[in-house]
Structure formats: structure tokens, C-alpha cells
Design a protein around this ligand. Structure first.
Ligand code: C2E
Ligand code: MG
Ligand code: MG
Ligand code: MG
Length: 289
């Protein structure tokens, strides 16, 4: 009967909820040892300028779980934020990213930047003792800022940015004073207006891939992207489009004046060793001719 089916649905829902909760508890427990066990690694995705030259790389975390296999960040960063483990993980990410920055600059040139995703939890008041360490990591001894930039870019997502505590704005200002640039990630998915963003002194706006994936000459996404780009430019903010998968999307975004492009069309995120190996093999003159 309908009644019975209804009750079963509730029961299934209950079981699913319980299962999800158990899995979460399990993952949070496993996260505790993940750094010590060297289960994390970073992959790097190139960000090119409007003539296709690599200017930056975004560092993205991966978790190689001993039994579950490779876990993407969307499946554990949220838990790590809730449990506070994101603070340790975030510091590990910055240390790794800085080592990678040195290597990437030595092969691609000093202009190369590496961007890291930073959770607002890492900047929150409850973590004030650790915020000092975060500063030292971001702005610290490795940074030789000859160009006024130390090579690191901090990416903060729009949604979390909107809910951020008042202190966040001061942190971002301080980062910029120390040569760390700031990017607003996933722009367009939240509710912030560009006039609001103006108060925040950011360097880059990253247009969310949900807009880019719908791009073609006819779609309203085109007008939206074009509008975001020209408004950002009028505020002195540079624009990165993420999730560029086709030549058509790249061409349209360039036509709209987008400054930087990132996406599978150019390259998937890769491990540092693979990026450098590919570069080396491409630059070794062939002996088979
Ligand atoms: P995000 O910062 O917006 O990063 C862009 C995501 O889009 C990455 O997913 C990237 O692999 C993916 N992507 C790049 N190009 C394309 C494309 O052409 N098509 C499609 N469909 N996707 C593309 P990923 O690596 O799974 O990361 C997901 C999110 O997890 C990131 O979104 C970021 O918010 C978060 N995340 C990643 N690494 C870290 C980290 O070290 N710390 C923190 N706090 N968050 C991180
Ligand atoms: Mg990002
Ligand atoms: Mg993004
Ligand atoms: Mg995202």
C-alpha cells in the first residue's frame, strides 16, 4: 500500500542518512593521519594569458586514501572545514605550493605565479594563533618580492567570502601589502555584486565554470561573461575564466577581453613531476630526424 511504501521511503532515507554520517565520521578520522602518512598531493593546472602563454598554475589538493582510492577535494574539504582539520591541511598546501612555485619559476620564468585555495576558516578569529603562522607561510622567508609580487595568489570562494567575518577584509589587505595577490573564486555562483566586491581590493575575479560551460554566441551566458569582464576591468580587476573546455569558449572569452583562461582545453591538472617531464621532453631536440 501507499502507506507502507511511504514508511519504507522514510526508513531508506534513515538508513542512507546513517550511512552518510558514518562515512563522514570515518573520513574525518582518516583525515587525522593523512598528512603524517603522506596521503595528500597537489596537482597543478596551468592558467594561460590571452595569447596562450602559461602565466600561472592553480594548486589543487588530492587525497590518495589507503583503501578508498583517490578522493577529490569536493568530497573531503567540507568535512575538514567542519572539523577544523582544514587549518593543518591548508598550511601543508601552502608549503607544498611554495616548493612547487620555486621549481615552476626555475623552468618557466620568474613571472610564474601559483594560486592556492584558502578556506575562510583559516582566516577566522577562532584560529588567531594559527593565522600568524599562515601569514608567515604566505609572506615569509621564501618570498623575494622584486616585482611587488611574491608569486603566490590566494583564492577565496565567493560564497564563503560573503559570510566571512569582518577581519577577513583586513587579512586580504595585509596579504596584498606583502605581495600576495587575492582572487575571488567561483564568481557568479553567490550573491555578491561587483559594487560590493569593490570594497574588497581584490586582484582577480574567477568566473565560475558554470557560466563558461554554457558559452556560445547565442546564449545569454555570453552577455553575462562579457558584462562581468568589462565591469571587473572598470574596477581595475583582472579576470580569469575557469572550466574552459573548447576552442569556441576560449575564442569567445578572448573576444570579450578575458585576461586569463584555465580549463581542460589547455590542460588538466597534473602532478608537478609530470609537468616538468613533459616540458623537458618537449625541449630536448629530437635525434631521430
Ligand atoms: P576551484 O578552486 O574552483 O577549482 C577548479 C576546479 O575545476 C578543480 O576541481 C579543477 O580540476 C576543475 N576544472 C578545471 N578545468 C576544468 C574544466 O575544463 N572542466 C571541468 N569540468 N572542471 C575543470 P577540483 O580539483 O576537483 O577542486 C574542486 C574544488 O575543491 C576547488 O574548486 C576548490 O574550491 C576546492 N579545493 C581544491 N584544492 C583545495 C585546497 O588545497 N584547499 C581548499 N581549501 N580547497 C581546495
Ligand atoms: Mg580555485
Ligand atoms: Mg573556481
Ligand atoms: Mg569551484
Amino acid at each position: 500500500s501507499a502507506k507502507r511504501a511511504g514508511r519504507n521511503e522514510v526508513k531508506d532515507f534513515d538508513v542512507e542518512l546513517k550511512y552518510a554520517l558514518l562515512e563522514k565520521i570515518e573520513l574525518v578520522k582518516d583525515l587525522r593521519d593523512a598528512i603524517a602518512n603522506k596521503e595528500f598531493h597537489l596537482v597543478f593546472q596551468p592558467i594561460v594569458n590571452n595569447v596562450g602563454e602559461i602565466m600561472k598554475f592553480e594548486a589543487l589538493i588530492r587525497w590518495q586514501h589507503p583503501t578508498r582510492g583517490l578522493i577529490p577535494p569536493d568530497q573531503f574539504i567540507g568535512y575538514a572545514e567542519e572539523s577544523g582539520q582544514i587549518v593543518d591541511i591548508g598550511e601543508w598546501v601552502i608549503l607544498e605550493a611554495k616548493m612547487a612555485l620555486d621549481k615552476l619559476q626555475s623552468v618557466y620564468g620568474e613571472h610564474i605565479q601559483v594560486s592556492v585555495n584558502v578556506s575562510p576558516i583559516q582566516l577566522s578569529n577562532s584560529q588567531s594563533d594559527r593565522t600568524k603562522l599562515l601569514y608567515d607561510l604566505l609572506t615569509g622567508v621564501y618570498s623575494e618580492g622584486t616585482s611587488g609580487k611574491n608569486g603566490l595568489v590566494v583564492e577565496i570562494t565567493e560564497n564563503l567570502f560573503m559570510n566571512a567575518e569582518d577581519g577577513t577584509q583586513q587579512h586580504l589587505l595585509n596579504f596584498r601589502k606583502h605581495g600576495v595577490q587575492v582572487a575571488l573564486d567561483d564568481f557568479g555562483t553567490g550573491y555578491s555584486s561587483l559594487s560590493y566586491i569593490m570594497n574588497y581590493n581584490i586582484d582577480y575575479l574567477k568566473i565560475d565554470k558554470s557560466f563558461v560551460s554554457k558559452l556560445d554566441e547565442q546564449s545569454p551566458s555570453g552577455a553575462l561573461c562579457e558584462g562581468m569582464i568589462s565591469m571587473a576591468h572598470s574596477l581595475g580587476i583582472l579576470v580569469v575564466a575557469e572550466g574552459v573546455e573548447t576552442q569556441e569558449q576560449a575564442a569567445l572569452l578572448s573576444k570579450y577581453g578575458c585576461d586569463y583562461l584555465q580549463g581542460y582545453y589547455f590542460s588538466k591538472p597534473q602532478r608537478l613531476e609530470d609537468i616538468i617531464a613533459t616540458l623537458r621532453s618537449a625541449s630536448i631536440p629530437s635525434t631521430c630526424d
